[in-house]
Design a protein around this ligand. Structure first.
Ligand code: NAD
Ligand code: 3PG
Length: 534
């Protein structure tokens, strides 16, 4: 059997329908393992190109550093607080999650536990099992007419709002990062301050990611602002609602009840005091645990990881610095051209690079930033020792090396097509190189310094500066021919008759060093550089 090119480690019980997508690809070998302690994963992660898991495996700095071949981390779910994103970015490892696939499942569970709290469902069920008939003790409340305060009006927050309205609830929302139209569209009253949401809530539900800003955002001071009738739901992440403060508020009767699905430490320790609080419904991180959600997120994550591995499509990566999103697929030919221009410019500015600027002219206003990353990738491809440079870590590597970067969008004039210009500086030199896209798919190099050329960025390109005297093209052709180097394209340009000239020569194979030396000894040749374009 022939060896498959990419090895993918799948763990944490990712749904088989997703895993089958990976297995079906002839270049991918899948190894599936149950969730294991980190020490065991570290022993073998160095042999894999990609990893796919859920929240149970912590993808730490140590994990990422041990994964010497790792290019992709796939998360079959939403939250990536278990992944060390800064380290992944630094190492050029793309992190891909599956947003959206489990949204409805979380919102449905939230309403399940909310009704459980409002009508004492878990206590009632337990009392029946215990042989009691506690009708008078277990009177509840209706949700209709009550106020739900949603903290974090993203995907899940939005689904909560839709369901709350169907129950006849008033909906208020706090999310400083979401613009007014989304609140209007969801018929959510926007509140500007968290305190207002706390004070007005009969039901407070948090749907924010866990980060430095949201860790402990609902603690003792916040809970003390809430009404005694209020319920608190945390189906987001342990730590968003401080566990100790919540336990105190529940046992002291400060609030009426709560439901928690995600915890500071998972699995929740057997002796956790939370387990003994009667008006607290606990579920073992079940928000996304439906067959529907698991299939959705597994298929989404596995497809994206497959595409990233096999075709280099990073459009689903969350740490590709602006190179995410479907629009990036359309930018592919331009990204390729920017990479090639970066290689070319770099070859013409030897030594340490101090700045690189990209200017893009054309209809796509979103293009300049991704093009800068691609140009950096081309320009810096030989400078990263341990791992390849890519769109994920290009900006990081440039910053680490003190390279100033800039990008600019230039509106096209008249019939002008799409063009990219790179300006590179380093040491004593600076150069401008330019390229254009033909028919939206084919890149051409059209400018090197002050010279107009027209050559495809393929194979190996030689850039020869020479004096504009008769016979140069013939002598170069003869030397290359004698060395068995085939010329694909030869574009000679000059600024004025008898002045300096430049040839952009595309050849099918690398020119041996002795042939470059021989070219340099010709009296009319001033400089020879060669650039690998593929
Ligand atoms: N229990 C589960 O099984 C489960 C399943 C899926 C997601 N989750 C958790 O739910 C979270 C939300 O998921 P989502 O898909 O709705 O994410 P999302 O990115 O669509 O929404 C998050 C929202 O939080 C807002 N936000 C961020 N910081 C905020 C702050 N300081 N104050 C107020 N709002 C803030 C953002 O603007 C965004 O609108 C995830 O990050 C994940 O941690 C849990
Ligand atoms: O962030 C998520 O998607 C949820 O917390 C689900 O986590 P899980 O994949 O471990 O169930």
């Amino acid at each position: 059997m022939t060896e498959r090119r990419y090895r993918v480690l799948v763990t944490d019980e990712v749904d088989p329908e997703g895993v089958a997508i990976l297995r079906a690809h002839p270049d991918i070998e899948v190894v599936e393992k149950p969730t294991r302690p980190l020490t065991e994963v570290l022993e073998e992660i160095g042999t894999y190109d990609a990893f796919i898991g859920r929240s149970a495996t912590r993808v730490t700095r140590e994990f990422l550093q041990a994964g010497e071949r790792l290019r992709i981390i796939g998360r079959a779910g939403v939250g990536v607080d278990n992944v060390d994103l800064p380290t992944a970015t630094e190492l050029g490892i793309a992190v891909i999650n599956a947003p959206g696939g489990n949204t409805v499942s979380v919102a449905e569970l939230a309403f399940g536990v909310l009704i459980g709290l409002a009508r004492h469902v878990p206590v009632a069920a337990e009392s029946m099992r215990a042989g009691r008939w506690d009708r008078s003790k277990l009177g509840g409340i209706e949700l209709r007419g009550k106020t739900m305060a949603i903290i974090g009006v993203g995907r899940i927050g939005g689904e909560m709002a839709r369901r709350a309205r169907a129950f006849g609830m008033q909906v208020i929302g706090y999310d400083p990062y979401i613009a007014a139209p989304r609140f209007e569209e969801l018929a959510i009253e926007r509140v500007e301050r968290l305190n207002e949401a706390l004070e007005r809530a009969d039901v407070l539900t948090v749907h924010v990611p866990l980060n430095n800003e949201t860790r402990g955002m609902i603690g003792a001071p916040e809970l003390s602002r809430m009404g005694r009738q209020a319920f608190v739901l945390n189906l987001a992440r342990g730590g968003v609602v401080a566990e100790d403060a919540l336990a105190d508020a529940l046992t002291s009767g400060r609030i009426a009840g709560a439901a928690v699905d995600a915890f500071d430490h998972e699995p929740l320790p057997v002796d956790s005091p939370l387990r003994a609080i009667p008006n607290l419904i606990l579920t073992p991180h079940l928000g996304a645990s439906t067959t529907d959600a698991q299939r959705n997120v597994a298929v989404e994550a596995c497809e994206a990881v497959r595409d990233a591995l096999v075709t280099g499509d990073l459009s689903a990566a969350m740490n590709s610095s602006g190179v995410g999103g479907a629009a990036t697929r359309e930018l592919r030919p331009l990204l390729l051209l920017a990479d090639r221009l970066g290689r070319l410019g770099r070859a013409l500015v030897p030594g340490a690079l101090s700045s690189l600027e990209v200017r893009y002219t054309g209809p796509r206003e979103n293009a300049p930033r991704p093009l800068l990353l691609s140009a950096l990738q081309g320009a810096l491809r030989d400078v990263v020792e341990r791992r390849a440079i890519n769109l994920v870590n290009a900006q990081h590597v440039a910053a680490e090396r003190g390279i100033e970067t800039a990008w600019a969008y230039v509106e096209p004039r008249g019939e002008q097509g799409e063009e990219i210009e790179l300006r590179l500086e380093g040491g004593e030199r600076s150069i401008r190189v330019g390229g254009a896209l033909l028919g939206e798919t084919h890149g051409r190099i059209i400018r090197i310094g002050g010279f107009r050329v027209d050559v495809a960025p393929r194979g190996v390109m030689m850039v020869i500066r020479n004096r504009d005297v008769p016979g140069v093209i013939g002598r170069v052709g003869t030397l290359l021919g004698e060395a068995g180097v085939n010329i694909a394209e030869y574009h000679q340009a000059r600024l004025q008759i008898g002045g300096e000239a430049l040839a952009a020569v595309s050849v099918d194979s690398r020119v041996p060093a002795n042939v470059v030396d021989a070219l340099c000894t010709l009296s009319e040749i001033l400089e020879v550089r060669q650039v690998e374009m593929e």
